[in-house]
Design a protein around this ligand. Structure first.
Ligand SMILES: Cc1cc2nc3c(=O)[nH]c(=O)nc-3n(C[C@H](O)[C@H](O)[C@H](O)COP(=O)(O)OP(=O)(O)OC[C@H]3O[C@@H](n4cnc5c(N)ncnc54)[C@H](O)[C@@H]3O)c2cc1C
Length: 504
């Protein structure tokens, strides 16, 4: 075995969710070793302060750090999330739900979705989401007691959290203190490089020089290291996803406290509503080619319904991905790496997924081209998967009531990778499996069905099954899910009893 030179000094630039999640992950791995993790952030600049809806893998990330989930929920004013409700996307006054978890179980070796398609021929067909435990719990506004629901169909229900982004940063910062992460509050004024092109050091506004073997750029959209210094380049995906700005405002909590995110289609984009224990997060993600800032803000203010708890904030963004998210001895994370609109709450996930990939391809001080290329290839596949899934929410719309929706329906370019999925699904309800995909079949089925995309036929192996008998059996299962969900506590009552957050 050859003796590689191990990395001893990792410098993280930026202390938003991405920076602190990186510090927590690496601090945890390298605690009590000679590898030093240093995080530099500038309190003058601050963080973006949004990023409040998560997806189920986030729970595993928090738990893998050894953090107590109940404590985390209390300290971040979190609430539970079973999925996302999508009003007005297919057409106005229509709504669908994208749940976490899986819908139904295989029946005699047949895929559940195929069986459900077959029931549509018979008398007892129910909507697809009547078979999703998460969708039912969401509809009833309930959360469940895992210990009381063990050995029932609810036991495998998957959930995520809504969190206060600023409190998450505070929580992770405290966590890192216990892991030996060095923290510097200072503004990076200069980034110096070696003749090889690797980054050598960062100079702060007080003259302090911070050297490192490896750098992680978490400085937000500008990408101080990855772009302004290393010129990685950016692949702009606005041609696919035209939204390029958001306006956000927090409001007081509203009743009931929904255990799901609401993403409502608007004239030129969509608004979100994210309920937390101490407030509600709201925002309008829009395309400024189709609506100006004033009208977007008015739309948002007309939606919120509750008294405001802060000033509205406009955030421009550019959808896309760095051409080389890891370049030389610099890995970019979070907003410095790329951005896909938060419709499916995937950004924080991409930070932790990047960290997991990075750990898998962890470099040494020598040339790491092979590792870098593999990391960049894998990460790009994740971005493309999410991009395609987001496009599906728009391109199959029936709406033609505004120029934005007419563009989505008639002109939106569809990447070949998504077109292939659409064609394959329409042909017989099949999906093309992808290695390590984030969105499992239930997600695709939920959005296809929600947007009114149905296959021409079910799989011929179901020909011999009796649609009425199958429908009866499926509807009996759906009814028992309804009954079981009905015995669980309401979301707010569950939070109050088991993970009530301190009053702010
Ligand atoms: C409108 C909107 C809604 C979103 N909603 C969601 C959501 O629901 N779910 C989700 O998962 N994600 C969401 N995201 C994404 C999420 O907010 C980010 O992925 C996450 O907050 C990570 O941000 P960051 O840490 O990369 O950047 P930032 O929070 O911008 O942090 C940048 C850090 O870099 C530091 N910095 C910058 N320049 C310097 C310098 N010169 N010297 C020293 N320090 C510097 C700053 O001080 C700061 O600490 C949303 C994003 C937007 C824009």
């Amino acid at each position: 075995m050859s003796a590689y030179q191990p990395i001893e000094n990792i410098v993280i630039a930026g202390g938003g969710t991405a920076g602190w999640l990186a510090a927590a992950t690496l601090g945890n791995i390298f605690a009590n070793t000679s590898t030093q993790i240093t995080l530099i952030e500038s309190s003058q600049i601050g963080t973006i302060g949004v990023g409040e809806a998560t997806i189920p893998p986030f729970i595993a990330v928090i738990e893998s750090l050894g953090i107590d989930l109940v404590d985390f929920i209390q300290q971040t004013q979190a609430s539970f999330k079973w999925g996302i409700q999508f009003p007005n996307w297919r057409k106005k006054d229509h709504s669908y739900f994208h749940p976490f978890g899986t819908v139904g179980k295989t029946i005699d070796g047949h895929d559940f979705f195929q069986c459900w398609l077959k029931t549509l021929e018979g008398k007892d067909a129910m909507p697809l989401m009547a078979h999703s435990k998460e969708a039912i719990l969401a509809e009833q506004g309930r959360f469940f007691k895992p210990f009381e629901a063990a050995n029932t169909p609810l036991a495998s229900a998957q959930f995520a959290l809504h969190v206060d982004a600023n409190l998450v940063v505070k929580y992770l910062k405290r966590f890192c203190e216990g892991k030996g992460v060095k923290h510097i509050d200072g503004k990076i004024e200069k980034v110096s490089t070696h003749p090889s092109g690797d980054i050598a050091s960062l100079t702060l506004d007080d003259g302090q020089l911070v050297n490192g073997d490896f750098f992680i750029d978490c400085t937000g959209f500008k990408g101080l290291l990855i772009e302004e210094t290393l010129a990685s380049g950016y692949e702009d995906w606005r041609c696919y996803l035209p939204c390029n700005k958001a306006v956000t405002v927090p409001t007081q909590t509203s009743e009931p406290l929904n255990p799901f995110t609401i993403a409502t289609a608007q004239d030129a984009g969509w608004t979100w509503k994210i309920p937390l224990q101490h407030r509600t997060g709201n925002g309008y993600v829009f395309a400024d080619d189709y609506i100006d800032d004033d009208r977007a803000l008015n739309t948002l203010l007309n939606q919120v319904g509750e008294p405001l708890q802060g000033e509205p904030q406009f955030i421009p963004f550019k959808t896309g991905i760095r051409k080389q998210p890891w370049k030389a001895n610099c890995l970019s994370l979070g907003l410095a790496q790329g951005f896909l609109e938060p419709l499916e709450s995937t950004a924080i996930h991409l930070v932790s997924k990047s960290l997991a990939l990075f750990v898998r391809t962890f470099p040494n001080k020598e040339n790491n081209e092979l590792l870098r290329n593999e990391f960049n290839r894998r990460l790009r596949a994740d971005y493309e998967e999410i991009r395609d899934f987001l496009i599906l929410h728009y391109c199959e719309t029936e709406r033609e009531d505004t120029p934005f929706w007419r563009w989505c329906k008639h002109e939106m370019p569809i990447p070949a990778s998504l077109q292939q999925k659409l064609d394959f699904f329409k042909r017989g309800g099949g999906l093309i499996p992808q290695v390590e995909a984030l969105f499992q079949p239930t997600s695709w089925y939920a959005v296809f069905e929600g947007m009114g995309v149905r296959p021409d036929a079910y799989n011929p192996t179901l020909n011999a099954l009796d649609a009425n008998a199958l429908g009866k059996s499926l509807s009996a299962g759906a009814k028992s899910l309804q009954t079981l969900a009905n015995t669980q506590p309401l979301h707010k009552a569950f939070l109050d009893q088991y993970c009530c957050a301190p009053k702010p």
